[in-house]
Design a protein around this ligand. Structure first.
Ligand SMILES: [Zn+2]
Length: 77
């Protein structure tokens, strides 16, 4: 999905790469820290979690400098 389900049209949504997770790609809303899998799938197929708990799950601190912005999804550039 392209739009953050929490922030809706006010979300700041980016495709990102997590350097701590071997460059794993995901989509993140920088307003509320919500992370989901891709911009393509429908909402039901998305795995949703927030940035802090994803990093905690993998044993890393949630370090924003380890998140690489690939391209902006919303608002449209
Ligand atoms: Zn959001």
């Amino acid at each position: 999905m392209r739009m953050c389900p929490i922030c809706k049209e006010y979300g700041d949504v980016w495709e990102v790469e997590f350097m701590d997770l071997n460059g794993r790609r995901a989509v993140m809303c920088f307003e509320c820290d919500l992370v989901w899998e891709t911009v393509d799938d429908d909402e039901e197929s998305q795995v949703i979690d927030n940035f802090e708990s994803i990093m905690k799950k993998h044993g890393f601190p949630h370090d924003w400098s380890r998140v690489k912005k690939i391209r902006r999804v919303l608002p449209e550039p």
